[in-house]
Design a protein around this ligand. Structure first.
Ligand SMILES: *Cc1c(COP(=O)(O)O)cnc(C)c1O
Length: 709
């Protein structure tokens, strides 16, 4: 058992001691997120108090702390419920007791996976979007595959921002304080006494951090937290907000994550065989690895080479502005004391982070630094690998782009997490016992072809209907919150039809995602939604607080709300998060993705939709060129065109043509619509195995974690 396991046990026992006899099972379940992807897990907590379960954001620790004594007594007296909880716990324990996967990674020298954000569950809000969702899915799949792996990140006290829209369509941000003591987390202590802490010099302070442990199945996730009495207000702020706008604090976060994260592992007694940097944010890990070699008397070159031998790096960002850069002076400010402590010149650090090491006025880039200090590097789709080789070729000036040493491991999604319950039951019926353990095996999916039209259509309708219920509840609420006119609020209550073609567009609202492609020819778009074969569109997404053009996208979209039919056929839902994402990908018939190529690295929400029988209408960018041929969806061309206006006009016309002439006729062809369902089966069977997180984790083990990575 890794360090901190006893602390989690103590936390579970403490919670159990405050519950009526018989409910200890619930407390044990609460402290490992494995319940969240074990069949029946969510249901047993919900059964304690459905209303409180939602109010607590499905946080089982809070549920058990906050629910009334009456509800607890009723649950304790419900022998059936207690037996169901015991069954779920038995399944979780069986899973935890499996031996580790034999292979290049051993429990003595596990993979240490570093990431700035993790989307494990809605009740642990330390994520913002795609990167976190991917990291959360990877931890779960590593647990399923029994790969020895630990996660390292930061415990943000306020997480990422929550979104509200005002009457002018303007996005407002607000934050909610996270209380780790009300999460399924335990502060790691030294033998049950004082919290374990590490210290790192950052700027002119020594930052002290404590460490929380959260269990994600077999994988422990360690989150560093600067909320310590030794730290002043400014220093405590380092772990306050995810992707904080101010560059001073942001660089301090990266230093704490990389340097502090590595020191924490050492204090926990964990010696990683491989360090996997998921994005460059944690890149300073290499300095700490090199520092150990320096302390043993190695030369600087040998120390850096030894650090490189243990580090692998995944880049996710083909948008140049998305790769953080800092002026050399700021790096010296932040890391000068640290550099002196380990005995290197801060200029050495800056050189490693510059595309052209000699160019002293070039800023320090975290991605360049991570590329230079890792032994293996990858993008997150075949196309993104190509784009990354081209983009970072100047770091290998003597090589042509095709020989730049950056490969790819295409992203995948955690099947058990993203499948809607009706779809899961359908696949359980048809694919046979244990299929979910063999989810990356194409043969396991062959039986999809034998699912009958009526049955498949009924399940699709059920999932769509659940989404329609959510829209009818959330749309009027969001409109009331904005202070909208009465009839527009009422239109929200009557919005959406469980039998109408439902299109989803939900993602970060950065301009390159081109939400406005829908607004290019408003007349044609309105005719589409108001036709006798109607189309309804649900949209959600957040713009980064400092992304002014992104915010204007939302404003322009909401500018359309007075047009006929829009009030009940187009809905923008506030505050896109994990829970909303999951409801949308389960319910939508078509998942729309229209980024400006080649700026989409992967685009995992489409994979989640496909698993649920949604069809993809996407630009050939990110993962889609790998899947499209086989997958039964639709594609817009993916060529790069420097004339953005011309490209937008072409893509908008092509998008409308596809919707009018192919998508709508196929959906409304028949009851049930055979050509549509043909596509759905095809898409499920081909995308299900290939874009699963299980396949992704297997690829990382084989291609990156082993000695040849
Ligand atoms: C899956 C997911 C994403 C990533 O999806 P994209 O297709 O890259 O936009 C972002 N946010 C949330 C909440 C998700 O669940």
């Amino acid at each position: 058992m890794f360090a901190g396991g006893r602390d989690l046990e103590r936390a579970a026992n403490g919670l159990a001691s405050r519950l009526p006899d018989g409910l200890a099972t619930f407390a044990d379940l609460a402290y490992n997120y494995r319940w969240s992807w074990t069949p029946g897990g969510d249901e047993v907590f919900a059964a304690v108090s459905p209303h409180r379960w939602e109010l607590c954001g499905r946080n089982p620790v809070r549920l058990l702390q906050e629910v009334s004594a009456d509800a607890l007594a009723i649950a304790a007296g419900d022998a059936q419920l207690v037996a169901r909880a015991e069954e779920v716990l038995a399944a979780v324990r069986l899973d935890l007791a499996r031996p580790p996967l034999p292979g290049p990674v051993t429990p003595e020298c596990p993979v240490a996976f570093f990431c700035a954000e993790y989307a494990v569950h809605q009740s642990l809000p330390v994520y913002s979007g795609g990167l976190g969702a991917l990291a959360g899915d990877l931890l779960k799949a590593a647990s399923d595959r029994a790969v020895p792996l630990v996660g390292v990140g930061l415990m943000y006290r306020r997480g990422y921002f929550r979104q509200q829209i005002d009457l002018t369509g303007r996005q407002r941000e607000y934050w909610i304080e996270n209380d780790p003591e009300r999460m399924p987390a335990a502060l790691v202590t030294v033998d049950g006494g004082e919290p374990l802490t590490v210290r790192v010099p950052i700027y002119d302070a020594f930052v002290t951090a404590q460490v929380w442990r959260i269990d994600v199945g077999r994988v422990p996730l360690f989150l560093l937290d600067a909320e310590r009495p030794e730290n002043d207000r400014l220093t405590r702020w380092i772990t306050s907000q995810l992707y904080v706008g101010d560059p001073y604090t942001r660089l301090a976060q990266y230093a704490l994550l990389g340097l502090g994260g590595m020191r924490a592992l050492e204090a926990l007694g964990i010696e990683p065989g491989v360090v996997h940097l998921n994005e460059g944010h944690a890149g300073f890990v290499s300095l700490e690895l090199a520092a150990r070699e320096l302390a043993r008397g190695a030369s600087l070159d040998d120390a850096l080479a030894a650090a490189r031998e243990r580090t692998v790096f995944t880049t996710h960002t083909p948008v140049p502005a998305g790769n953080d850069r800092y002026p050399h002076e700021q790096v010296v400010d932040a890391l000068g004391t640290y550099a002196a402590e380990i005995g290197i010149d801060p200029e050495t650090i800056s050189r490693l982070g510059r595309t052209h090491p000699e160019a002293r006025d070039e800023p320090f880039g975290v991605t360049q630094f991570a590329l230079r200090t890792s032994r293996a590097r990858n993008g997150v789709s075949a196309r993104h690998g190509e784009v990354a080789r081209e983009m970072w070729q100047p770091l290998w000036p003597d090589r042509p782009p095709e020989l730049v040493p950056i490969g790819y491991v295409t992203n995948g999604v955690h099947t058990a997490t993203w499948l809607g319950a009706p779809m899961r039951a359908l696949l359980d019926r048809h694919l046979g016992e244990g299929w979910i353990e063999r989810v990356s095996d194409s043969d396991a999916w062959a039986a999809v072809d034998r699912i009958g039209d009526d049955e498949l259509w009924a399940v699709r309708r059920q999932q769509r209907e659940r989404l329609v219920e959510l829209v009818r509840d959330r749309a009027p609420l969001d409109r009331l919150t904005r202070g909208e006119a009465r009839d527009y609020v009422e239109a929200g209550m009557r919005s959406f039809d469980p039998d109408a073609l439902t299109i989803g567009f939900a993602r970060r609202l950065a301009t390159y995602k081109r939400l406005d492609l829908l607004l290019h020819e408003p007349e044609r778009a309105l005719a589409l939604i108001n036709g006798d074969r109607p189309v309804q569109i649900v949209i959600a997404g957040k713009a980064h607080p400092r992304d002014e053009p992104g915010k204007q996208l939302i404003q322009r979209l909401l500018g359309l709300r007075g047009a006929p039919g829009v009030g009940s056929r187009i809905v923008f839902l506030h505050d896109y998060d994990l829970e909303l994402a999951s409801r949308l990908v389960q319910g939508c018939d078509v998942w729309l993705n229209v980024p400006r190529p080649p700026l989409e690295a992967s685009g995992t929400s489409g994979m989640k939709s496909a698993l649920n029988g949604g069809l993809q209408l996407s630009v050939l960018d990110g993962w889609w060129p790998e899947a499209y041929e086989a997958a039964g969806g639709w594609a817009l061309s993916g060529e790069v065109d420097p004339d953005h206006a011309a490209q937008d006009a072409r893509h908008s016309a092509e998008l409308l043509r596809l919707l009018e002439q192919e998508v709508v006729p196929a959906f409304y062809s028949d009851a049930p619509p055979r050509p549509w369902l043909e596509r759905v089966r095809h898409s499920l069977r081909t995308i299900g195995p290939r874009f699963s997180a299980q396949r992704m984790v297997d690829d990382y083990v084989e291609q990156m974690y082993g000695p040849d990575g």
